[in-house]
Every structure is written in C-alpha cells, then in structure tokens.
Design a protein around this ligand. Sequence first.
Ligand code: 13P
Length: 288
Amino acid sequence: MGLVSLEQMCKKAYENGYAVGQFNINNLEWTKAVLLTAEEQKSPVILGVSEGAAKYMTGYKVVVEMVKAMLESLKITVPVAIHLDHGTYEGAKLAIEAGFSSIMFDGSHYPIAENVEKTKELVALTRKLGLSIEAEVGSIGGEEDGVVGMGEVADPNECKSINDLGVTILAAGIGNIHGKYPANWQGLNFDVLQKIHDVTLGTPLVLHGGTGIPDDMVKKAISMGVSKINVNTECQLVFAEATRKYIEAGKDLEGKGFDPRKLLAPGVEAIKQSVRVKMALFGSVNKA
Ligand code: 13P
C-alpha cells in the first residue's frame, strides 16, 4: 500500500473508539523502527515530520522519497501517512508540493480571524488534492523546535469556527504540553475536551504531547473523540538511554562495536518497544 491521507484512517479510529499514533521521525533509523513495528502490530501509523526534522533530513522531498522507497523495500502493507507536524503556512505548501499525504497547519499563534483565513485556504487546497489537514486552536505548551508555547486551553467557540471550515482533524490545547510533564502538572482538562467534542461532533480530535500522559487519561481522552495521538519525546528519550547504556558498557570499544549499524541498534530496538506499547494503549493493534 502506498501513502494514504488521514481521512479514512482517523475516521475509522473515531468511529471505533481507538486512536492512531503519530510517531515523529528524525532519520532513517527512526523511520525504519516505526514502520517495522506498525507492520508487526498490523496497525495503521502516521509518520510525523516537523519542519525542523525535515530540514535536518535535508528537505521534504528526501523524506517523501525515503519513506516511499522504504514502504516498498520493507514490504509494508499497513496504512501509512506522512504528516507535516506544526506546519507554517509556507511550510505546508512546500510539504504538499514534495508529496506529503497530510499536513498540519498550526495557526494557533495567529489571532483567530487570521487562523480561520489561512486554515480555510489550506482546507481548499488539500481537499482539491485529496490530502488531509489538521488545524490547531490554543497552542500546545512546552518546547518544540525551539518554539515555547504557553499551554493554553482552547476556546470551544474558536474550535467550532475552525472545525466548521471542514478540517479533517482538529488539535486543541487541553492542558497537554510537548516534552516531559512537570511534577506539578494539573493533568488534561476533560471539561474543556467534552465541550470541544460537543461542538465538533464528527471530527476526530488530536492529542499532542503524548509522552508521559498517564494511561487512564489517554484512554479517557480516546473515549471523548481523540483519534490521533502524537508521540515524539518518548522515542528520543528511550533512544538516547539505550545508546548511552551501550557506550557506558564499553561495547563500542569491543570488536567492531563502533560500526553505526551496531551502535544505533539498541536505540532502534528501544524505539520499537515504545511504539509497540503505545499502539497497544491507543488500541490501534490489528486495525490496519
Ligand atoms: P511529545 O514530544 O511530548 O511526545 O509531543 C509530540 C507532539 O505532540 C508532536 O506534535
């Protein structure tokens, strides 16, 4: 199966009470780890690519060509989407040109009228091309690509305005943040999530900041319309930890242990294990 948009994938999840994981990728190892695990678990999967990660991988086109070639060489049969994560207005257009099957336009930092205008234009463009679009209301806190958000709770009326433009899926701040949650974190705001769900009925919702949210909160959010959950930091943390252990155990100094194919292997296995656990928690196993 080639690349797909989020349209069917997230609608099916929404209607059947589970969520599809978006796992952000950074390089070939990340991509391979996520794709192989999705195939092993027979789960649909979304490869998230931030503008910074695309730049790191030397461009949108490189990402698209790498993923397409990998789907073929690894004989991946489950549905896979390449989704721009927190795209700017300009970045969204570039990702579409390069062949992304889905984009997120994050206009949450604009005044609502401007967010509506820009989202509307990109909805029309993506619809024409058969792609999917995620929009955002209320910035997600924490730090991503050097941008620090305040962790707002979205205004349900603004969510309705953006939702009514015909977006495929909607991300709304409900106290979730990117990166590690601080010890004094208040948890997800389910009252606001319920209000947002009520005014956007039929539209799958997105939960950003999927690293470190307690399992019971994740399950409750899924039962309230969340059908896509983004995970990034967790894979980075487990990759770094496994790599550190390998080096601290002196394994890079044994034989050909310095070979990157050996040095990076424990990190890849750690990502696979995290992705497996998340897919089971989100309920997407055997839903391909
Ligand atoms: P985490 O890095 O907290 O897992 O969040 C990922 C995310 O929401 C990407 O948009």
